[in-house]
Design a protein around this ligand. Structure first.
Ligand SMILES: [Zn+2]
Ligand SMILES: [Zn+2]
Length: 261
């Protein structure tokens, strides 16, 4: 299937405020997520995708003061590749000093709302990488924003896929058995005991919701970064449903269930 490229004019991009720095090649591509909420309604309504990309461009130009959107390309849940800065141009999203090494490709997922990349988004990211290799001299590396920079980006589900070697959804199993890549992903995640706090707790909260639990827990009412008693009870329900020990501790057995692995 050919890449479904959305040119800048088609998504209503603003003109850049200056000239791009040029690139003839990079070591590869770094993958990003939005780091904020992505309305899950976009999954069923592709018309919302262009508006989301325009919002990101506005944030980068007006909020960050950048001359254009920071990403090389943005990929929506419908396998469309929205052209950002495009190939041959230095992106801005990888962090200072890291932009000429890798192109920057965004998967339109966030840390709440839509957090699990749909298969068509993963295929679109692979399309974008092929395109950047062909048109932009991108090398073999596929990394996450967090590789080399202190950030949660691109989020646990997308990063788990990168760690696994970016397998094409629907294709037969990668040479590495599922159990060992699950293990290596999960080994990077901390053990969360009741009372724990921080960004991993928040990740667990939204993963739990994505799995259909904690429906009554409203993040506007309870703090999703605190592993509080009601939140623990919901994790115990998931553990029971999955045949795990109902100990409320999120460790090597419970993380994969939260991640839907
Ligand atoms: Zn990022
Ligand atoms: Zn879309």
């Amino acid at each position: 299937m050919p890449i479904d490229l959305i040119p800048r004019a088609d998504w209503g991009a603003r003109a850049p405020r200056g000239d791009y720095s040029r690139l003839s090649s990079t070591r590869g591509v770094k993958i990003h997520y939005t780091g904020g909420r992505v309305d899950p309604a976009i999954v069923d309504d592709h018309r919302r995708c262009a508006a989301a990309v325009r919002g990101i461009q506005n944030g980068h130009m007006d909020g960050n003061g950048w001359m254009d959107i920071g990403y090389t390309a943005c990929v929506c849940p419908h396998r469309c590749v929205f052209v950002g800065r495009g190939p041959g141009r230095v992106p801005a999203a990888n962090g200072s000093g890291l932009n000429s090494g890798h192109y920057a490709v965004l998967g339109l997922v966030g840390n709440s709302g839509l957090i699990i990349p749909p298969n068509d988004m993963l295929l679109g990211i692979l399309d974008a990488i092929d395109w950047l290799r062909e048109k932009g001299g991108a090398g073999d590396q596929i990394k996450g924003h967090r590789d080399g920079y202190a950030t949660s980006c691109p989020g646990e589900p997308l990063y788990a896929w990168i760690r696994r070697g970016c397998p094409r959804p629907g294709e037969t199993a990668a040479p590495t058995p599922t159990s060992s890549w699950t293990e290596s992903t999960v080994n990077d995640l901390p053990l969360l005991e009741p009372g724990a706090t921080g960004r991993h707790v928040k990740t667990a909260f939204y993963l739990l919701k994505a799995r259909g639990y904690a429906k009554e827990l409203d993040p506007k009412v309870i703090d999703p970064t605190v592993y509080s008693p009601k939140f623990v009870d919901e994790v115990k329900k998931l553990q029971e449903d999955k045949g795990l020990d109902k100990d409320g501790r999120i460790g090597r057995k419970t993380w994969p269930k939260l991640l839907g692995l």
